[in-house]
Design a protein around this ligand. Structure first.
Ligand SMILES: Cc1cc2nc3c(=O)[nH]c(=O)nc-3n(C[C@H](O)[C@H](O)[C@H](O)COP(=O)(O)OP(=O)(O)OC[C@H]3O[C@@H](n4cnc5c(N)ncnc54)[C@H](O)[C@@H]3O)c2cc1C
Length: 803
């Protein structure tokens, strides 16, 4: 076995083999995959092999489409059959909520270029005579669906990788991974040690154990899962051609043809996590004892909907484990805080996703960034809060909800209160409905006390609508306060801090006592941050940004930090805080500050370290609401004191607490985008309009690309739309249509309460981006007229926030 390699991939399941294939295909030959046993010795060999494109995240759907289209390629390159059956398949809805869901998926598919279409139930029954059409109300057809032979597909990736010059070694368990001082790795096996520049943990069922070898805890959990295969069914035998695949959401099951019978799998509502304490090293090509009772009620539903199944004998019952992650999506990329350590774990639909995962991993490793935004799969969306215990709780929840509807306004119940602020109980007592960002609870909106604090999950306007309206009224007319503990805070100190920030940020780095807004770009000019940079002293800076993105940003900063001169720390948990917004916010603040905060003493975008309500604080004159406003950051132990003082001082000023939902509405009427939705690495500074904040008189990461784009022009542009609707708003990802064609999609939107309009932000072709342009937005299958706005609907000149 070789002793040096650029990359060692640990794990020869479908995921590891796909990464091997993509690295080799794109030109890295010095790559080796090490497999403990034979290839496919984890969950890959016993998968049902069903393939489809549907995913909650549009980019994952896109990558699933890529994966499915790749099967022919790897078969050709390797000469090894993948057993692909391109039957097409349908998603079946048996209630209105699922029908709405499918309409949303159809709308997403339009702009992703996927060819999903509704077919009539008669047509569905014609294509698949075994289903009972009476049980359904809608069927969405996807021609890409079908199935593959899991073992064949895994071997085809590996053999095709060999054709391109990479290698794999079976019966070679990795027993240690030790990092050298220079950041490279020694991968220890019984056959010898390989010294590698980078390693990839693709350990699947053993992802946790492989992680432990490097001191890394991954929040993944193997779950038991059943599917059954029937004896031959006369209707299947008689059917001409292979039957299409199907997913029945309410029935919680997937099905497809298997030889002359059927395969039926189900996600039971009470899950069985497997080997919570750790996957045994000697577990091999094994199955678990089936437990028919566990899925009996699901099967009953299945037999009602596909009656022929109930009449057939069960030939085989498979119970096998596979790993889930906390939100059901894979975890890929470089692990923050550990140099040159990559993961591709928690891939729970490997035969739909491994191609896309391999593609993105290879691009990321070779080019420094994937070609599309992979945030929904990035390992950095989890941090310290995602402990192994939390991982088990959330992965179980996710398994159980695999085919259970999650509405856009719904928050999931498990793993809650993992991180809280000192105000948690108080906000609950005020009627807060809480959400969770990066493990931390924060208020979404406030009902009339705890007994009233409940939401009705829906795609339409919910009962929260009117409560959010009154929060917004308080902010626009008097004063509102919001907890801002969930914003990320990054601290940079040292003599080299300004130079470093000047290079890593595209915007102007301010003078002491001032703040600026700035995009942060990748070398290819993609957006990688939309941040506020504050200079507290010449050698002391704070960056405020997306709380969800804090570990991804930490990874980015640490990757680029110079050897000396700058000390960096993620201080997000060290500062909590409260934001004040509204015309009376200055009056309130002055009531709890000894120093002068008048308009002349503290101007818009000023920042100072001072005392507020008698506690040490960083006081910044800024607000995301578009009003006069302040952000007061303080250590968590002072949060309660600060809140009490604000509450007392605001009593006669009409103070009201508001939550994240109100903030998202307030910023809409200002046409301000938000990170992860409108601003993300799928777009550039020029496309998003964030080039407005760029300082062109300096060098910065991404300058060359951005300058060229500015000179040559862009094809798409972020616009604000007003949509003509009465009782429904977008909930992101809807298609934006022009003359019957999908020309873009909604990146974010909702109801803008103060201006009383339904609004959306989205990217459309430049030619359609001018103010007054008439477009349409598809919401739950209906087309609604929409118009591009030429300026923000609220305070277009920004006079209020500067007042
Ligand atoms: C019953 C069942 C049905 C399924 N149905 C479908 C389906 O229809 N469609 C679909 O897309 N997905 C399906 N899946 C999921 C799919 O099987 C997984 O997503 C996929 O197998 C994950 O692949 P992987 O490479 O990440 O992990 P694994 O297949 O677990 O591979 C990990 C590999 O790493 C190796 N390894 C571990 N530790 C070491 C070490 N220290 N040194 C060297 N090698 C090591 C293991 O031996 C193993 O071969 C199903 C799974 C099950 C259990």
């Amino acid at each position: 076995m070789q002793s040096e390699a650029r990359v060692v991939i640990i794990g020869g399941g479908v995921v590891g083999c796909s990464i091997l294939y993509h690295l080799a295909k794109f030109g890295w030959k010095d790559v080796i995959l090490l497999e403990r046993d034979e290839l496919t010795s984890g969950s890959s060999w016993h998968a049902a092999g069903q393939i489809h494109t549907l995913s909650s995240d549009p980019n994952i759907s896109r990558l699933q489409g890529y994966t499915i289209n790749l099967y022919k390629e790897i078969e050709e390159v390797s000469g090894h059959s993948v057993g692909l059956h391109s039957t097409g398949g349908f998603y079946l809805a048996s209630n209105e909520a699922w029908h709405d869901y499918l309409k949303r998926e159809r709308s997403k598919a339009r702009y992703m270029g996927l060819e999903q279409e509704f077919i009539s139930l008669e047509e569905a029954a014609r294509r698949h005579p075994l289903i009972d059409p009476e049980r359904y109300i809608a069927a969405l057809w996807d021609p890409l669906d079908g199935d593959v032979d899991p073992s064949g597909a895994t071997y085809a990736y590996a053999k095709a990788a060999r054709v391109y010059g990479a290698s794999y070694e079976t019966h070679t368990p990795v027993i240690e991974t030790n990092q050298r001082a220079d950041g490279s790795w020694e991968v220890v096996t019984k056959k010898g040690i390989i010294h590698a520049e980078m390693i990839v943990n693709a350990g699947g069922l053993w992802a946790r154990e492989v992680g432990h070898l490097a001191g890394i805890n991954l929040p993944v959990q193997p779950m038991e899962h059943h599917y059954l295969i029937t004896e031959a069914i006369p209707e299947v035998v008689e059917h001409e051609g292979r039957l299409p695949a199907g997913i029945d959401y309410e029935g919680n099951m997937y099905f497809r043809q298997e030889r002359d019978g059927m395969l039926l799998g189900t996600y039971e509502p009470s899950s069985t996590p497997w080997k919570i304490e750790g996957t045994p090293q000697d577990f091999g090509h094994e199955l678990l004892p089936p437990d028919l009772d566990r899925i009996a009620d699901r099967l009953e539903v299945g037999f009602q909907r596909i009656p022929a199944l109930g009449r057939a004998g069960i030939k085989d019952m498979i119970n096998g484990p596979f790993t889930f992650g906390p939100d059901g999506n894979p975890m890929i990329g470089p692990v923050p805080g550990t140099r040159n350590y990559w993961v591709a774990v928690g891939v729970m639909a490997g035969f739909c996703q491994a191609g896309g995962v391999g593609l993105c991993m290879a691009e990321w490793m070779m080019e420094g960034e994937p070609a599309i935004d992979v945030w929904a799969m990035d390992i950095a969306r989890f941090g310290d809060f995602a402990t192994p215990e939390w991982g088990t709780v959330k992965s179980s929840e996710n398994y159980e909800r695999r085919f259970v509807m999650t509405f856009p306004n719904e928050t999931l119940p498990r793993g809650r209160r993992q991180k809280t602020t000192a105000l948690y109980d108080r906000l609950i007592n005020k009627g807060a409905l809480m959400g969770q960002v990066f493990g931390l609870e924060h208020a979404l909106w406030f009902a009339d006390g705890p007994d009233d604090a409940h939401e009705e999950p829906t795609f339409r306007r919910s009962r929260a609508h009117h409560y959010i309206a009154r929060e917004i009224k308080a902010v626009r007319e008097a004063v509102g306060c919001i907890e801002i503990a969930n914003f990320a805070k990054h601290e940079f100190r040292g003599p080299g801090a300004r130079k470093f920030l000047d290079y890593i940020l595209a915007g102007r780095v301010p003078v002491p006592g001032r703040m600026t807004l700035t995009p942060m770009l990748t070398p290819k000019g993609k957006l990688y941050g939309d941040l506020t940079v504050a200079c507290l002293a010449e050698d002391h800076f704070m960056l405020f940004g997306s709380g969800a993105m804090q570990e991804a940003h930490r990874r980015w900063f640490e990757l680029h930090l110079p050897d000396s001169g700058v000390r960096y720390e993620n201080k997000s948990d060290a500062y909590h805080g409260i934001g004040l917004s509204g015309p009376k916010s200055r009056e309130l603040l002055q009531g709890i500050c000894r120093h002068d905060v008048s308009a002349t003493a503290m101007k818009f975008l000023d920042i100072q370290q001072s005392f507020v309500a008698g506690v040490p604080a960083i006081l910044a004159r800024i607000s995301f609401s578009g009003e006069l406003g302040y952000e007061i950051y303080t250590a968590p132990q002072y949060q309660l004191r600060l809140a009490e003082a604000i509450g007392a001082a605001g009593k006669d000023l009409g103070l009201r607490w508001y939550g994240a939902r109100a903030l998202m509405s307030l910023r809409l009427e200002k046409s301000w985008g938000v990170w992860t939705l409108d601003f993300r690495p799928d777009f550039t500074a020029v496309e998003s309009g964030l080039d407005f904040f760029i300082n062109w008189n300096k060098d910065f990461i991404g300058k060359e690309f951005t300058q060229a784009q500015r000179e040559n022009g862009v094809k798409i542009r972020l616009v604000t739309l007003v949509i003509e609707t009465d009782d429904i708003d977008v909930s992101n990802d809807e298609a934006i249509m022009h003359e019957g064609q999908a020309v873009g999609y909604v990146s974010s939107g909702g109801f803008a309460h103060h201006v009383g309009k339904s609004m959306a932000l989205g990217y459309v072709p430049l030619a359609l981006a001018k103010g007054g342009q008439k477009l349409e937005v598809e919401i739950l299958g209906e087309m609604y007229p929409a118009e591009v706005q030429s300026q923000p609907l609220y305070d277009p000149k920004g006079e209020k926030m500067r007042s």
